[in-house]
Design a binder for this molecule. Structure first.
Ligand SMILES: O=P(O)(O)OC[C@@H](O)[C@@H](O)c1c[nH]c2ccccc12
Length: 272
């Protein structure tokens, strides 16, 4: 069988990290991280609004499924707009080869805003966790399907030890179980299948049932087009949504953010 896109990205990532380790050894990076004079801000708390779906606005230039998303991309303008329109958190894609991102985008975002920042990349090595902290991230994405059980647990632990939080992305009931076993507290449900690029918001409806809601924060990711979609996801009980493409192509970024904010979510039902 031919290699799927996720496998291809992960293979590229391994080469990239091996390169970074040569340029700046982990021990050195750890020393640098220890000198960072400020603590991360709370990403998890920013996603928990009583009765309202929180918005994570994503900085996304390109994707394997859509190609170029925005032609006249302006990083600083994008971050400034997300800040002015008060997105609850900002996700910055730092993957270069497939998503047109850059590590510098995250560092720039850190200079521009105090909103919680999520590093969106393909994390397959502890090295990248230290790197994320050094770039100013408050949280990072861990894709359950890209990590072995022990890695997932170890990566979540290291992320927390550095004061950050992990958003653990899942696609199946099995991955949710693994995320919970690895002590994740923020669980992402990706509506897009990274292998086929198919998007279906019902993925959130189906998978949220496997999560004992009061103990976790649930983020519905990908393919969210409009306010009606947010209402739908809110009714399923999602605490937050992660939106990239629809915001980047909205024409007016601030207006776009406002369109996705302030939607009600279903009450949590405590399972005794
Ligand atoms: O642009 P969209 O459809 O709104 O999706 C945003 C985000 O969910 C998507 O970029 C994403 C979800 N998981 C990922 C993992 C890696 C890279 C990107 C992603």
């Amino acid at each position: 069988m031919s290699e799927n896109i996720l496998e291809k990205i992960l293979r590229h990532k391994r080469e990239e990290v091996a390169d970074s380790r040569k340029r700046l050894p982990l021990e050195k990076l750890k020393e640098w991280v220890a000198e960072v004079p400020f603590a991360p801000v709370g990403f998890g708390p920013a996603l928990q609004h009583p009765g309202e779906v929180a918005l994570i606005a994503e900085v996304k230039r390109r994707s394997p499924s859509r190609g170029i998303i925005i032609k006249d991309f302006n990083l600083m303008e994008t971050i400034a707009a997300y800040r002015e329109a008060e997105a609850d958190a900002v996700s910055v894609l730092t993957e270069r080869e497939f998503f047109g991102g850059a590590a510098e985008y995250l560092a720039a975002a850190r200079l521009m805003t105090r909103q919680p920042l999520l590093r969106k990349d393909f994390i397959i090595d502890l090295y990248q966790i230290y790197e994320s902290r050094f770039l100013g991230a408050d949280a990072l994405l861990l894709i359950a399907g890209a990590l072995a059980d022990e890695e997932l647990g170890e990566f979540i632990e290291t992320t927390r030890a550095l004061g950050m939080e992990a958003l653990v992305e899942t696609r199946t009931p099995d991955e949710i179980e693994r995320a919970i076993a690895a002590k994740a507290s923020i669980i992402g449900i990706n509506n897009r299948d990274l292998r086929s690029f198919q998007v279906d918001l019902k993925t959130t409806r189906e998978l949220i049932g496997y999560i004992n809601k009061p103990h976790f924060t649930v983020v519905s990711e990908s393919g969210i087009k409009n306010r009606t979609d947010v209402e739908t996801l809110g009714s399923y009980g999602a605490d937050a949504i992660l939106v990239g493409e629809s915001l980047m192509t909205s024409g007016d970024l601030q207006d776009g953010v406002r369109r996705f904010k302030g939607v009600g979510k279903a009450m949590k039902v405590a399972v005794v």
